[in-house]
Design a binder for this molecule. Structure first.
Ligand code: ATP
Length: 306
């Protein structure tokens, strides 16, 4: 009986882990549109994460047979470094994240984490080692505490508080009616976008994964909030292998490498300064954002004068 019980119990654990992570990713990747054709190979081992290095090797992928969404994409994210994905809408940035999470399998090429092809290891172990800070965090109808603890259900209160402090949300939580025991959600507390993202950061800090996927919010946060979030984001990325989808180029000027994607191909790559001197697509995106910022600043100052 014991022999039977152990594997079943293991299965249960894994199954719950998979479910948990699916809920996690649902927010970021619109899971409703993702069919789960991907299966673990029989007897697949767990991913052995050493330092979380990522490699995309000649990856081509299409959601259907009629069109490739990624075409021969190759890049590495050395362990502990930060690589940013930028490019127009529909270029394939989120698709890269989905493939790394193995929501789909590549058509050609391979994706490796610490040298292991993601198709050869269990999905649960792959996803357990990847933390996600989505663009719009959807919180559970539960307490603030649970929403953070979800990153590691066995976490002690002291760890939850430490994570909240590191995410710059602890002081705010103390102002809620029942502090960490305050209910969030429809009938409870309404949190701003920035506060929700900080809860997601705290959750990820608690999970402590080797790899972090970050989808920067497109919606403009006010400059003060944004600066605070940047500090918390920097903490969640520190010493972790980080892949970030960036919409505001000002946030990635220190990235180790920037990959510029267009129509599923990497058209430029390098450090911010190098890309600027090349005067290509990235340089024009940068110019465009500077102009938008100046125009907005001008509009705000004119409004202020009225
Ligand atoms: P954005 O900045 O707007 O989020 P993106 O660069 O992240 O864009 P992707 O979401 O990766 O782009 O989409 C790349 C292409 O794949 C787009 O043409 C998109 O329409 C298509 N696509 C995305 N998801 C699916 C899907 N589930 N089924 C079919 N096509 C899809």
């Amino acid at each position: 009986l014991v022999q039977l019980y152990v594997p079943l119990n293991w299965f249960g654990t894994y199954y719950r882990a998979i479910q948990r992570n699916f809920v996690d990713m649902e927010n970021m990747f619109d899971l409703m549109r993702v069919d789960s054709d991907v299966k673990d190979m029989p007897g697949a081992p767990d991913l052995l994460v050493r330092r979380g290095a990522i490699e995309f090797k000649d990856v081509s992928f299409g959601y259907g047979p009629e069109r490739l969404v990624l075409n021969n994409v190759s890049f590495t994210v050395p362990s502990g470094s930060t690589v940013a994905l930028v490019g127009p809408s529909g270029a394939g940035k989120s698709t890269i994240m989905r493939l790394l999470f193995r929501f789909y399998d590549v058509n050609e090429g391979a994706i490796l984490v610490d040298g292991q092809d993601v198709r050869t290891v269990t999905q649960a172990s792959l996803r357990a080692n990847i933390g996600v800070v989505p663009q719009d965090t959807v919180l559970f109808n539960n307490t603030v505490r649970y929403n953070i603890q979800y990153g590691r259900l066995s976490a002690e209160t002291a760890d939850i508080i430490a994570a909240a402090k590191n995410a710059d949300i602890h002081d705010k939580i103390l102002t809620f009616p029942d502090a960490y025991d305050t209910q969030v959600g429809e009938r409870g507390l309404k949190l701003s976008g920035g506060e929700k993202q900080r809860i997601a950061i705290a959750r990820t800090l608690l999970k402590d994964p080797a790899i972090v996927l970050l989808d920067e919010a497109t919606s403009a946060l006010d400059t003060n909030t944004e600066r605070n979030i940047q500090a918390a984001l920097a903490r969640v990325c520190a010493n972790r292998t980080t892949l970030i989808i960036a919409h505001r180029l000002s946030t990635i000027i220190h990235a180790d490498e920037i990959l510029v994607l267009r129509d599923g191909e990497i058209i430029e790559r390098g450090h911010h300064e190098i890309l600027l001197t090349q005067g290509g697509f990235y340089a024009s995106m940068w110019q465009q954002q500077l102009e938008n910022r100046n125009n907005n600043a001008l509009e705000n100052s004119t409004e202020g004068n009225n």
